[in-house]
Design a protein around this ligand. Sequence first.
Ligand SMILES: *[C@@H]1O[C@H](CO)[C@@H](O)[C@H](O)[C@H]1NC(C)=O
Length: 354
Amino acid sequence: MDHFLLLLGALMVLTLKVISCAMSYNDGLLEEEELREAQKKNRLIELPSFTEYVGYCLCCGSHFAGPVFEMKDYLEWTERKGIWAPTEKGPAPSPFGATIQALLQATVCMALYLYLIPHFNISGLNSPAYQEWGFWKRLSYQFMSGFTARWKYYFIWSISEAAVIISGLGFSGWTDTSPSKPKWDRAKNVDILGVEFAKSSVQLPLVWNIQVSTWLRHYVYDRLVQKGKKPGFFQLLATQTTSAVWHGLYPGYIIFFVQSALMIAGSRVLYRWQQAIPSNMDVVKNLLVFISFAYTVLVLNYSAVGFMVLTLQETLALYGSVYYIGTIAPIVLILLGNMIKPAKPSRSKARKEQ
Ligand SMILES: *[C@@H]1O[C@H](CO)[C@@H](O)[C@H](O)[C@H]1NC(C)=O
């Protein structure tokens, strides 16, 4: 079973690479003026050779757990071009400090996961004891199971980040500060504190599974927006559904990603209200910031149950055991958002600040 899961992970990353390589090559055939920034940056003018293609697809270190990266960057790294080109200051910077940091992070995540998993796990969610608990205890157990499960992903991503950094591919340019320092975030797939302390669900795709979110933005979301039009709920839902199909056709994944589209739409309502509050009402503003944070952790951990148990029956039973609170909350927010619309002037100001 475990071998099977490893193979699945490898195929998931491979799928993204094959698609992005093909689409970037296609972008290379189009007129440059018609392309978005990301397309211009990643487009391939020449067809990569067979060896380059196989090297990109099977690049070890990132084979089983990602992260996904662009063919263009892979080619520049292997050929010592672009940011990897040797400068007068010498060859590329040393990756050792950043590698050790990623390894330390991996160790902490593994330790925390191994400490928590005997207490909060899927079998606990399905145990007879769970059925006897009251609402708050069930909700907290769901909450803690989601929290615990995340550390497994933090560990896997940190350890492959270390592998990609030490290979040199993880290098992503220099900071603007003086003296400039090397940046190593090409393989950074998660910002742990960013996830755990997210003030709004809108931030989550920017800090969780970062490389796949970027991939989804460049290869799905952006390409669904017609020229001159704004993206809406359709683009969001289509992107989250693609993500669900990519994870595997389990009902739990589909439910999770529909949940997450609702969660983000609800968060946007809170954000609009927050922006509309005049600056002399700090208490109300801070209260809304706190509500937005609490809403995010609540709905995220509730939604994560679907991601963990996967079957339709179990997911619905567990959601029902806490009265579908994490589905009702975003829907109520979205409906309220349609009724309570902040005044126009502050809204256009908010848009500018965004
Ligand atoms: C799962 O958690 C429960 C406590 O909720 C514990 O009794 C059980 O041993 C745990 N199972 C595993 C496999 O760690």
